[in-house]
Design a protein around this ligand. Structure first.
Ligand SMILES: NC(=O)c1ccc[n+]([C@@H]2O[C@H](COP(=O)([O-])OP(=O)(O)OC[C@H]3O[C@@H](n4cnc5c(N)ncnc54)[C@H](OP(=O)(O)O)[C@@H]3O)[C@@H](O)[C@H]2O)c1
Length: 320
């Protein structure tokens, strides 16, 4: 038996189980990465307005010659657009050179108020992020539902939403999110969130599946052992782990051989899945992507406001 190459969304349409991540791909490399990925067999590309690489992704798609109808393209509403969802979408559509998205996500459940410091990552005079602490995320979701009804986005979902945030949204949602894209890898499996989303019919997507920049997870001894046993790369184990547990996975690479390798998914046996499922609980629990919005996002292990395990602000790299 092999691992699934696609999953079904709660909209009834299918989503390829592996998609190309495009975050932190250096300018000039994204177009080639997208072209190479499409040539290698990828049909799913994950983008975001904040990555500012939509133009290159669009060019890569165009030059690949693959018809739009064969592709699954995702983009995300950025934090400074929670009150202007349609404007954010139009920008993404324009840069990607398409008139619809297969999936549109709210990137974070955090509204930032744009000001003269920046349009996308505005700060307050004390350097903290200019978070709108009064904003109701249910209002953002209403706009997402309207975009869905317009047909410009075939499915809508969220990203970086914890159980308490989903619970709050569920009080008013008319359309159940199709996807929740969150940080998932063997050091951060989020089994509780997985169970919650399974019960609600929300499919999870794994970002940072290799541990993000420099793929630090690939040096883990336990993962190396599993890779040796299966005679595949450690990246294949990390990627296959997500697909085997029913999660879409979004590895990023701009390196041609890695792009091709990352599309390979194998069926893992019960013993390997047990090891992978238990790695975090055995003492390796760790997140690699913790932007300092100064806001408690409701994840029990999150370095947010109110989390007693939070390190000092400058101990965490600011990424967004
Ligand atoms: N929704 C969100 O808030 C959010 C946050 C973070 C990420 N994401 C999405 O998830 C995607 C993936 O996350 P990520 O980019 O942070 O990290 P990742 O995919 O876990 O890791 C990317 C790193 O691993 C390297 N790599 C890739 N394949 C490899 C292989 N087979 N062997 C060795 N090294 C390999 C890449 O290097 P090279 O590129 O140099 O090959 C890069 O340094 C993003 O691109 C983005 O689309 C979403």
């Amino acid at each position: 038996m092999s691992a699934p190459t696609e999953f079904k969304l709660n909209t009834g349409t299918v989503i390829p189980s592996v998609g190309l991540g495009t975050w932190q791909a250096p300018p000039g490399h994204v177009k080639e990465a997208v072209k190479h990925a499409l040539k290698s067999g990828y049909r799913h590309i994950d983008c975001a307005l904040i990555c500012k690489s939509g133009d290159e992704v669009g060019q890569g798609i165009k030059e690949s010659g693959i018809p739009r109808s064969e592709l699954f393209i995702t983009s995300k509403l950025w934090n400074t657009y929670h009150d202007r969802a349609s404007e954010s979408l139009e920008q993404s559509l324009k840069s990607l050179g398409t008139d619809y998205l297969d999936l549109y996500l709210i990137h974070w459940p955090v509204r930032l108020v744009p000001n003269e410091t920046s349009n996308l990552l505005p700060t307050n005079p004390d350097g903290s992020r200019s978070v709108d602490r009064e904003w109701n995320q249910q209002e953002t979701w209403k706009q997402m539902e309207a975009l869905h009804a317009s047909g410009k986005v075939k499915a809508i979902g969220v990203s970086n939403w914890s159980i308490p945030y989903l619970e709050d949204l569920s009080k008013t949602w008319k359309v159940v999110p199709a996807i929740n894209q969150v940080e998932l890898h063997p050091y951060n499996p989020q089994h509780d969130l997985k169970k919650y989303c399974d019960d609600k019919g929300i499919l999870l997507e794994a970002y940072c599946p290799l541990g993000s920049t420099g793929a630090p997870l690939l040096k883990d001894e336990q993962l190396i052992k599993i890779a040796e046993k299966n005679k595949v790369s450690v990246a294949t184990i990390c990627i296959s782990y997500q697909v085997n547990r029913g999660v879409v996975v979004l590895p990023k690479s701009v390196t041609p051989e890695r792009i091709a390798d990352n599309l390979k998914v194998i069926k893992l046996d019960d013993e390997d899945m047990k090891t992978l499922d238990g790695m975090a609980a055995s003492g390796k629990q760790q997140r690699v992507n913790t932007p300092l919005f100064g806001w408690d996002l409701g994840f029990h292990d999150w370095y947010g406001v109110g989390n007693k395990n939070a390190p000092s602000a400058d101990a965490v790299t600011v990424k967004a």
